[in-house]
Design a protein around this ligand. Structure first.
Ligand SMILES: C[S@@+](CC[C@H](N)C(=O)[O-])C[C@H]1O[C@@H](n2cnc3c(N)ncnc32)[C@H](O)[C@@H]1O
Length: 268
């Protein structure tokens, strides 16, 4: 995937990734809002805000290969949260200084646009750091009550901090925080074959989530979303059922096999 001047990967699959992210996040936030409302009504002891950590925030706006500009994941999350009206405390983390400065600028512009429409984007935090450190910080200082939420990981290649995500998923306080990862199956296959590293599904199995959903892979590099949750019904609640499949179904299993298995083995 080509990397732009800010160090953000933008390729042929990016526009579809962003559209699928918006749809999925709208579903998850709508369900999250309904759950938080019910929890409040019933007096369940849950954290009152949806926890959201974007571990690879990028620049906030993306220049596509054909010259069009589209919002990236931070702006998409904020607009979805505003539309759904959920109480949330999103954190956006970007490691590269140049990309971070651009992210700050684009979020200020997005906030100003919302204000001009007499609306407000949810309050959020921007952090210029390694997001694995931010996740460790969260694990060291967990909230007093179990939050509902989502950790989103969208690196340029295969740099998913699986060890930290595995530790996070093992903490009972975070058992209701789902994990969404966007990766290229093809890149994992190359690294596994050339450097004798574990395969994508071996890494994924280290994350303790009882249920997974997988988006139909796209493009020659087999870009896919993997969504892990402990709530059995959730993988079937995505509105884009034709695209996002419960990993326990035949279709889900077939997609997982395709994104995990090197081509020479597929042909045997
Ligand atoms: C594919 S881009 C993210 C795009 C963004 N999610 C969007 O949809 O607009 C990946 C970004 O992750 C950043 N990144 C890579 N490793 C990181 C880390 N350890 N912590 C925080 N950001 C990181 C890169 O600098 C790059 O900007």
């Amino acid at each position: 995937m080509p990397i732009n001047q800010y160090g953000v990967g933008v390729g042929a699959e990016t526009e579809k990734k962003e559209a699928d992210f918006t749809d999925s996040i709208m579903d998850l936030l709508s369900i999250g809002r309904a759950t938080l409302t019910k929890a409040k009504r019933q007096g369940w002891p849950v954290y009152p805000q949806f926890l959201y950590l974007d571990m690879n925030a990028g620049t906030g706006m993306l220049d596509l290969q054909d010259g069009r500009r589209v919002p990236g994941s931070p702006i998409r999350f904020l607009e979805a949260a505003r539309a759904v009206g959920i109480a949330c405390a999103p954190i956006f983390v970007e490691i590269k200084k140049k990309a971070f400065v651009e992210l700050e600028r684009n979020l200020l512009l997005a906030s100003a646009r919302a204000k001009a429409d007499e609306d407000l984007l949810p309050l959020h935090r921007l952090i210029n750091a390694d997001s694995a450190d931010v996740l460790r910080e969260l694990m060291a200082n967990p909230p007093a009550r179990k939050p509902y939420g989502l950790i989103y990981c969208d690196p340029n290649g295969c740099e998913v901090p699986f060890e930290d995500l595995a530790r996070f998923s093992q903490m009972p306080i975070f058992e209701r925080v789902d994990i969404l990862v966007y990766v290229a199956g093809g890149a994992f296959k190359r690294v596994a074959t050339v450097h004798d590293r574990p395969r994508l599904l071996e890494y994924l199995s280290t994350i303790r989530k009882r249920h997974w959903a997988v988006r139909q892979e796209r493009g020659p590099d087999q870009w896919t979303f993997l969504f892990g949750t402990n709530w059995p019904a959730l993988p079937r609640k995505f509105r884009r059922r034709l695209l996002i499949h419960d990993a326990s179904t035949d279709t889900g299993q077939t997609i997982l096999h395709r994104v995990n298995t090197p081509r020479r083995e597929m042909m045997l």
